[in-house]
Design a protein around this ligand. Structure first.
Ligand code: KG4
Ligand code: ZN
Length: 347
């Protein structure tokens, strides 16, 4: 079954052709990061407009790279939430139009579910067979830091979430305080490699009697230290000590990663899961990947970095399981009335 997956919830315009939820025929991602970088964050209206310009060429390219015509597809799956309303509208409407014109079944899906199903896209990896359900999924992105218990396809329970900032948001804000570019996650990772260590460690915020996360205190602690070291606000007369920037970035990254690793281990133990899936943009972080593999005592599945950040392939993979599991039988061929849901939750 070949599914066209479409994703426009944030600042990536993406489309992909996926077969049987695991084989990638094509995966096209047009990132808007450089457009938003000058503002130090995502500007929703610019995102919507850019999706509008890019969506048709991106879908065309996904079909071309898959050497496929629309009539060879079996369905269309698109993100309808969570995300930026205007950005989601572009993808959902493009997907509806494409489905209608080509008489294909259509489904709107949760973006977080896509991040989970990215794990099925790696060659030779099938979390359902090995290690098998139940699985604990840590989805860490620009808007979410969720631990989701997955007992089977479509069976999700939200176990923990962030009480304030998402992990990706903390990376982005810490990077800004350190005078680094946007998106902040890859920048922090890059400069942290030059750290010589010795930086006083940042606190590991905990929420009592809960597995929830909290990152805003950490972000503030980085901002304070940046001020103390004269890194922020930026000054032309006194440029920052790049070694200090690297050391602070490293200490911050250590703290965020440590929180996520510890919470994931606790949740995995408490729910006696067989394995852990990591997903979302922050799961592209090399230190997080390393530490999870090192400390989590059960199997950890983490897709390659390009499948952790937003893409259409993950939506195509998630779409396959919905189509396969019969959400479209009984005469309901498509959810034409699907709307965008900016704060859609999973579990
Ligand atoms: O999943 P994603 O692409 O979009 C959302 O659904 O939000 O995640 C984007 C977030 C950004 O905050 C970005 O800074 C972060 O993921 N990110 C990283 C890395 N690559 C992207 N954070 C840490 N390390 C990375 N290598
Ligand atoms: Zn995402």
């Amino acid at each position: 079954m070949k599914i066209l997956g479409i994703e426009t919830s944030c600042d990536e315009t993406a489309a992909a052709v996926i077969e049987d939820g695991e084989y990638i025929h094509s995966n096209v991602v047009a990132s808007q990061a450089t457009l938003h970088a000058q503002y130090g964050g995502i500007v929703p209206e610019i995102a919507s407009r850019q999706h509008m310009i890019t969506i048709v060429p991106v879908i065309r390219q996904a079909l071309d790279e898959a050497s496929m015509e629309a009539h060879e597809l079996d369905g269309v799956a698109v993100t309808h939430g969570p995300g930026l309303a205007g950005a989601l509208l572009i993808g959902v409407n493009a997907a509806k139009g494409f489905s209608l014109a080509n008489e294909l079944p259509f489904i709107g899906l949760n973006h977080l579910e896509g991040h989970i199903y990215a794990a099925w896209l790696e060659d030779g990896v099938n979390p359902e067979e090995s290690p098998g359900f139940p699985l604990m999924c840590l989805i860490a992105s620009g808007g979410h830091t969720d631990l989701i218990l997955m007992k089977g396809h479509g069976d999700y329970t939200l176990i923990a979430r962030t009480r304030d900032d998402a992990a990706g948001e903390a990376f982005d804000k810490a990077a800004r305080a350190l005078g680094l570019g946007f998106p902040g996650g890859p920048e922090i990772q890059r400069v942290a490699e030059h750290s010589i260590g010795g930086e006083p460690r940042f606190p590991r915020p905990v929420v009592r009697n809960s597995l929830d996360f909290s990152f805003s205190g950490l972000k503030t602690a980085v901002a304070r230290r940046a001020e103390e070291y004269g890194i922020y606000p930026p000054s032309k007369e006194a440029p920052p000590d790049l070694q200090q920037v690297a050391n602070v970035a490293d200490a911050f990254q250590e703290a965020v990663v440590d929180c996520m690793v510890q919470r994931t281990i606790q949740a995995a133990k408490h729910y006696s899961v067989k394995g852990v899936i990591l997903g979302g943009g922050v799961a592209a972080n090399s230190h997080l990947r390393q530490e999870m593999h090192k400390h989590v005592p059960i199997e950890v599945i983490v897709p390659r970095p390009g499948l952790c950040t937003d893409n259409g392939a993950m939506m195509g993979a998630a779409g396959f399981f919905h189509f396969r599991d019969g959400h479209f039988r009984d005469g309901v061929r498509s959810q034409w009335d699907v709307d965008v849901v900016p704060s859609l939750r999973l579990g």
